[in-house]
Design a protein around this ligand. Structure first.
Ligand code: SF4
Length: 513
């Protein structure tokens, strides 16, 4: 499994950027930069939707391209409007053929009777079966390629009934299970954003100096690149409406918070902020924690080497705490993006060579601590260790900032089955043997949580504890785990299985295995 990106690292589902300009200037340039700064959150497709009384849409596959000035002018002409929503996407559910990816590109829109709606979304819906059933009663031919369409239809249906945005959003928060950070535009020009009751995915709000532009962005880097000021991170279960007077915030559902812990270790850009802390500062603390938690290895090591980019900040923290030299012996091949790889079949485990240059002269004869953010399948870690050994490393220790991943994610990260996770089957000692390292050490959950500045109960730690914040996800995780420990073959990605809803429970119960 986990073959979509041919990568060790799991993929994010989406990034959102949305804007309104009360001076009625076109928002497309803001959307373009806001979403381009967040291309790390999804690189399979991108899309823009603007509003000037009508919706205008442009969607394409791949990374947000560099656009020539002449192209920008063409796009501006195609995308007029002073309100807009944009999205970058990596699919964690649904099909991945070219046509499906194109269809599943966001933003999405829907209309019925006199109502129209467009949304851009980040997250993943868990109770898809139940929602589909309900939606098809109103839209019998409804077929969907991405969860944004489920959210958009459900919200439209509730708007048709309630005729009030806050009541409709509240219904969605109560009846949709999963992670959803959403920004949208109604057919009559209301601009809004909301988060699921646990606030699993990020979404922040900001404004321009002249008080005319208001935006929502998955990460604060979307604001920085546009020269905007951060106002706040949306609360779980909160709806935010925008008018010329600014943001109107309304907490619709009270549930606590379960923010995705993995955002801090891997997904978010280091220069993004959550709750007034930069992600890179948190990652530096991860490195200091790893030093404190593993004095035996620190004592034995000569140098620290980081896996770029997400290992760099932790390596710096480790260096600060220990005084060990952080040898910058791994460098990314610039302008080589994952999607640009052309790999021969026998090269499929050598993606590391295409991405990272490791400098043998700096490794030879050394006892090396490698710092990385996570281990999912272990394939890349094994290749890196093998490479370092060939280069003459005397010892190879692996320090991992994210605690051992032992369960799937139901909320928009591409880790779907127990079987694909090396950590769900093996202890750190066994993993060290498998990947050929002298030791593999994960940061403790306690250390990780402390470094984020959040309380344990404010984080989703589902994939590292098997305790999930939402009910159906927990049920699925438990059912799947029972089968997994009995040695049953996992027949599909959990999202596809999830789509079976009640049938899942039935099939799990009736299975001989
Ligand atoms: S299960 Fe893991 S990856 Fe998924 S939302 Fe929770 S912490 Fe994040």
């Amino acid at each position: 499994m986990l073959t979509r990106g041919m990568s060790e690292h799991p993929k994010m589902a989406c990034g959102v950027f949305a804007a309104i300009d009360f001076d009625k200037h076109p928002v497309f340039p803001l959307l373009y930069w806001g979403i381009r700064s967040q291309n790390h959150r999804g690189h399979q497709s991108h899309g823009f939707l603007t509003y000037d009384g009508e919706f205008h849409v442009h969607k394409a596959l791949n990374l947000v391209p560099k656009i020539e000035k002449s192209e920008v002018e063409k796009w501006l002409a195609k995308l007029p409007g002073y309100i807009g929503v944009a999205n970058v996407r990596y699919t964690t559910s649904g099909k991945t053929d070219h046509e499906s990816l194109q269809k599943g590109t966001q933003p999405v829109k829907a209309e019925k009777d006199d109502l129209k709606l467009a949304v851009s979304f980040n997250g993943n819906v868990v109770n898809t079966r139940q929602l589909l059933k309900e939606i098809r009663e109103v839209f019998p031919d409804f077929y969907y390629e991405c969860d944004a369409e489920l959210i958009c239809r459900k919200l439209l249906m509730e708007l048709l009934k309630e005729r009030d945005l806050a009541s409709a959003v509240k219904k969605c928060m109560e009846e949709i299970e999963g992670a959803f950070s959403v920004s949208g535009i109604t057919g009559d020009g209301k601009f809004f954003a909301f988060k699921d009751p646990y606030g699993i995915r990020p979404l922040c709000a900001g404004h321009s100096e002249n008080g005319k532009i208001y935006v929502f962005s998955s990460e604060t880097v979307g604001l920085d690149i546009n020269g905007l000021t951060l106002d706040f991170e949306l609360e779980p279960g909160e709806l935010v409406l925008v008018s010329e007077d600014g943001f109107k915030r309304e907490k619709l559902v009270e549930n606590g918070r379960a923010f995705c812990a993995f955002e801090f270790a891997y997904f978010a850009r280091p220069d993004s902020r959550f709750d007034d802390k930069f992600v890179y500062e948190i990652r530096e603390e991860f490195g200091r924690n790893l030093a404190r938690e593993n004095p035996d290895i620190v004592k034995d090591a000569d140098i620290i080497v980081s896996m770029p980019e997400t290992g760099n900040d932790a390596a710096y923290g480790l260096h600060e705490e220990t005084g060990l030299r952080w040898e910058r012996a791994t460098r990314r091949h610039r302008f080589v993006t994952e999607r640009a790889f052309i790999l021969l079949p026998h090269e499929r485990y050598r993606t590391i060579d295409k991405k990272i240059n490791i400098l043998a002269d700096k490794i030879r004869g050394k006892r090396v601590i490698i710092v990385d953010d996570s281990i999912v399948r272990g394939d890349t870690t094994r290749v890196v260790v093998e490479k370092l050994r060939k280069m003459g490393a005397k010892k190879v220790y692996i320090f991992i900032t994210f605690p051992r991943i032992i369960g799937p994610c139901f909320y928009g990260i591409d880790m779907a089955t127990y079987g694909e996770l090396i950590g769900s089957k093996h202890t750190p000692e066994e993993i060290a043997k498998i990947v050929g390292a002298d030791a593999v050490r994960y940061q403790s959950i306690e250390g990780f949580v402390r470094a984020t500045g959040l309380k344990r109960e404010e984080l989703c730690l589902g994939c590292i504890t098997r305790k999930y914040p939402t009910r159906l996800a927990q049920k699925l995780a438990d059912e799947m785990y029972k089968k997994f420990v009995r040695g049953c073959k996992e027949t599909g990605r959990i999202y596809e299985v999830t789509n079976l809803g009640d049938e899942l429970a039935k099939s799990l119960r009736s299975s001989k295995c």
